[in-house]
Design a binder for this molecule. Structure first.
Ligand SMILES: C[S@@+](CC[C@H](N)C(=O)[O-])C[C@H]1O[C@@H](n2cnc3c(N)ncnc32)[C@H](O)[C@@H]1O
Length: 205
């Protein structure tokens, strides 16, 4: 196997350590995973979301992949680019917030029933602190879903996601969830054939 495990102290370093505001200044109206992979995620959300639930799409952009079949309450989006978030038709409200500057989410405790993080966890330099805050904003019986795949912005992804094989990346994130206090951590592989993989970690508050 052709990988070099990074030293623990470099796991969360990035090639580009300049302010994230610079990298995300211009909107990117693109899909970050294949259409079949998005369809598989939307299908999974039909099971994961409950009717009327309040959802936070964390690290959001112009698409949230939510199913039309499930009526939802609030759908809040937090990301780095105002134009992308403003163009997202599924969001009921949105804000720009840099989680690498301030890991605490700008929402009151127990605001949401579900938090989704889609193909973005690799950009967090303090994932455990962010996930602790995710737990705080979830209500009793709330749950988080972290969707992972294999594409990334190489200069902005933490070293762990550049160097570790997929199974170790999933294990790393599962460890963050556990240390953030989440329960019933489950790995679900919904990768479609001949398309980007879809690896899901689901956990209860
Ligand atoms: C690959 S895109 C994925 C967007 C979206 N979740 C999707 O499924 O298409 C990465 C997202 O992470 C967000 N992001 C990156 N760094 C961030 C940070 N420091 N704080 C908050 N959001 C961040 C960006 O705004 C961007 O929308």
């Amino acid at each position: 196997m052709n990988f070099k495990k990074p030293a623990a102290e470099t796991l969360y370093r990035r090639v580009d350590e300049t302010a994230d505001e610079l990298f995300y200044r211009e909107p990117r109206f693109v899909a970050h995973i294949d259409a079949a992979t998005i369809a598989a995620l939307t299908e999974f959300y039909i099971e994961f979301l409950t009717p009327g639930c309040d959802v936070l799409d964390l690290m959001s952009s112009w698409i949230s992949h939510l199913p039309e079949e499930v009526p939802l309450g609030r759908v809040a989006g937090l990301g780095m680019n105002e134009a992308e978030l403003a163009a997202n038709p599924q969001l009921t409200d949105h804000l720009v917030h840099n989680l690498n500057d301030e890991a605490t989410l700008p929402y009151p405790d127990e605001s949401f029933d579900r938090v989704n993080i889609v193909v973005s966890i690799q950009y967090l330099v303090q994932p455990e602190a962010v996930l602790s805050s995710v737990r705080q904003v979830l209500r009793d019986k709330g749950a988080v879903c972290i969707a992972m795949s294999h594409r990334l912005f190489p200069t902005k992804a933490i070293m762990a996601f550049q160097e570790l094989p997929a199974s170790q990346r999933v294990a790393l994130v599962a460890g963050h969830l556990e240390r953030a206090g989440f329960k019933d951590i489950e790995f679900i592989d919904r990768s479609p054939a001949n398309a980007d993989p879809l690896w899901l970690l689901v956990a209860r508050r």
